[in-house]
Ligand binder design. Structure first.
Ligand code: SF4
Length: 365
């Protein structure tokens, strides 16, 4: 249905007209500032718009420009990101801001190669920021866009297999309105978010219905194709809140990797055949070289990451002996319950904080 140049032109006009009438009034759509657009796009990767809005507003208030972000301590940046997950995004953004200040005088480069070379800038971020802020003719391909394309063109390529990404990029490039690439990309993403939704797409309200192969064959729900993924593994973890002189021990994870730079209570994986309370004693000894006594099992929390899930048993422990020597973590602090709030903690730790505070307030902590 989208085979002639004329039809493609008409398709673009209809999509853009729909977007101009229906687009949501989002805070990052009120600006052309490449830094603000960059921040929003980094946050929007893997995260819903409604979740991002308050984070974006707080982040922009704290770090309104590249310079302020570059000059901020990483801990402050991670604290502002706390709860959004995928912390490598925040660490890369912070590093990239430093490079933009030192190499480009604080101005985000509009040059494709220079921008693409910055830490954390992949194909998606490059296309989104450069098209929206600089009107560069680059097609954005995210999950929403893939879904729209797969249905429009009845594409057989699985949308969740990286090896087929190029097929979607080729289709997106073909349809892209290069004169207004930023608006066109946002229109495709907006259509995927509001109309061509994963379940029950509203085909009867869709501006692309006349061109859509999946809709005309009544098969929209069969697209996009997906490869079935193996089940995500579940890890059992034991962590200990170690108390010494009315203070709690927290440790900092190494700067790279999962949750890099964040602070947490010491602990680790429970071995096969090991009890959770035995694991917490062993892990604390191995990780921070302290001997502790388990006073109480506080709770159990569950948390899902992208590729695995954890089930975490949390214990309150009292310090018995030893000096802290770190193996794994890069830093540690003994903190009061109130001071703990100043450190960026993983979401899994936040899940049991209210219960922990309640338990500790009973002991006057
Ligand atoms: Fe999606 Fe339906 Fe529109 Fe096709 S017609 S793009 S399936 S909402």
């Amino acid at each position: 249905m989208l085979q002639t140049t004329q039809t493609i032109k008409k398709f673009r006009r209809q999509l853009l007209a729909w977007y101009r009438q229906n687009r949501r009034d989002l805070p990052w759509r009120k600006t052309k500032d490449p830094y603000a657009i960059w921040v929003s796009e980094v946050m929007l990767q893997q995260t819903q718009v409604a979740t991002v809005i308050p984070y974006y507003e707080r982040f922009m208030a704290a770090f309104p420009g590249v310079k302020q972000l570059a000059e901020a301590e990483l801990q402050k940046v991670l604290k502002a990101w706390e709860g959004l997950g995928y912390y490598a995004r925040a660490r890369n953004l912070h590093r990239a801001a430093g490079i933009v200040c030192s190499l480009y005088d604080g101005r985000v480069p509009g040059d494709r190669k220079l921008f693409r070379d910055l830490p954390g800038v992949g194909n998606y971020i490059a296309a989104a920021v450069l098209s929206i802020a600089f009107d560069q003719p680059m097609a954005v391909v995210d999950g929403n866009v893939k879904r729209v394309l797969a249905r429009l063109l009845q594409m057989q390529a699985p949308a969740n297999a990286p090896g087929f990404h190029a097929e979607f990029t080729k289709a997106a490039d073909l349809l892209l309105d290069k004169r207004v690439a930023g608006d066109f990309n946002q229109a495709m993403m907006e259509l995927g978010a509001l109309v061509c939704t994963p379940r029950l797409p509203a085909c009867n309200q869709c501006p692309l219905n006349d061109y859509c192969l999946a809709s005309s064959s009544g098969q929209a729900n069969l697209y996009p194709r997906r490869l079935t993924r193996p089940q995500t593994p579940l890890y059992r973890i034991a962590v200990g809140v170690v108390i010494k002189n009315r203070r709690l021990l927290i440790t900092q994870r190494k700067p790279d990797g999962l949750l890099g730079g964040l602070w947490e209570f010491p602990g680790g994986k429970i071995k096969k055949g090991e009890s959770a309370s035995a694991a917490v004693l062993r892990e604390i000894k191995e990780e921070v070289n302290l001997s502790v006594t388990v006073e109480k099992r506080l709770t159990q929390v569950k948390h899902a990451y992208t590729h695995f899930k954890i089930q975490m048993d949390v214990f309150i422990c009292s310090y018995s002996g030893g000096r802290v020597k770190l193996k794994g973590p890069v830093d540690f602090r003994w903190v009061t319950v109130a001071a703990m709030e100043e450190f960026p903690l993983p979401k899994a730790n936040h899940k049991f904080l209210p219960e922990l505070k309640k338990a500790l307030s009973c002991c006057g902590l």
